[in-house]
Design a protein around this ligand. Structure first.
Ligand SMILES: NC(=O)c1ccc[n+]([C@@H]2O[C@H](COP(=O)([O-])OP(=O)(O)OC[C@H]3O[C@@H](n4cnc5c(N)ncnc54)[C@H](OP(=O)(O)O)[C@@H]3O)[C@@H](O)[C@H]2O)c1
Length: 235
């Protein structure tokens, strides 16, 4: 697809990977819409990069429905949904907090499904659309203290397969992106210690590059899944 003048919604587009995707899509001439929960971060991104911001917690069904209503009213269509909003909750099995487990599932899984649902309604009517789900290498392989987060990303990967099976006949491409570690605020926002910048590890722009490249492939074809590793990360 050619992104020029396309309507692109990036959930969690106020920071990190989402913001980098928003900026790259904007550079390609797209009309970019972002959402998030924190107003200050949204306003900063919106004014700095000239993108439209919606305050929306994707885990809240009524907020998601209202955001899509607003998009339909203002733009009358949607070309791309980037399901990126998410965070990590990491705990050993014998330490799992049920409330925190449920909360991370509500954002990373239900939130993606709610946005996917509302986008699918538009895409089916248009007989066209694109969904990019930002999963993780945690969607491919488990690790110690990973079960709450890994569960959400395996779920997102599974949902992507279902959506593909439902939506391909409506010319909707469902693309799953699995970044390995990327240097963003993800670590701090997941309650872990901030690490020093490491030039050998991935940055948000690397993932944005992968997303935009996958989208820019001609609509005739699509890349179902793309995993991105740092070439030679040195600790
Ligand atoms: N960084 C990594 O190492 C890495 C690796 C693989 C996959 N990922 C995935 O990449 C995605 C983006 O992460 P990031 O690294 O860019 O982290 P980040 O810098 O913390 O960005 C997360 C974004 O999601 C938004 N968000 C979180 N919960 C939300 C909710 N309930 N509703 C709406 N927006 C919400 C945040 O804004 P507000 O807090 O203002 O809502 C923020 O804009 C996540 O899905 C993450 O799982 C990250």
């Amino acid at each position: 697809m050619n992104l020029e003048n396309k309507i692109v919604l990036v959930t969690g587009g106020s920071s990190g990977i989402g913001l980098a995707i928003a900026v790259k899509a904007k550079e390609r001439g797209a009309e970019v819409l972002i959402c998030g929960r924190n107003t200050e971060r949204l306003n900063t991104a919106s004014s700095k990069y000239n993108v439209k911001a919606y305050k929306c917690d994707v885990s809240d069904e009524s907020q998601v429905v209202n955001m899509f209503e607003a998009i339909k009213n203002e733009f009358g269509k949607l070309d791309v949904l980037i399901n990126n909003a998410g965070y990590g909750y990491f705990a050993m099995l014998d330490d799992i907090d049920a409330e925190k487990f449920t909360e991370v599932y509500k954002t990373n899984v239900l939130g993606a499904a709610l946005c996917g649902r509302e986008a699918a309604k538009i895409f089916k009517k248009q007989n066209y659309g694109n969904i990019v789900n930002i999963a993780s290498t945690a969607a491919l392989k488990g690790f110690a203290a990973g079960s709450p987060y890994v569960a959400t990303k395996f779920a997102l990967r599974g949902m992507s397969e279902c959506w593909r099976a439902e939506l391909r006949k409506f010319n909707v491409r469902v693309i799953l992106i699995n970044p390995s570690e990327v240097q963003t605020d993800f670590k701090i926002n997941s309650g872990r210690a901030e690490a020093q910048f490491n030039p050998t590890k991935l940055i948000a722009g690397d993932i944005a590059h992968a997303v935009i490249s996958a989208l820019e492939m001609d609509d005739r074809g699509f890349i179902p899944e793309l995993t991105v590793f740092a070439t030679n990360p040195v600790d």
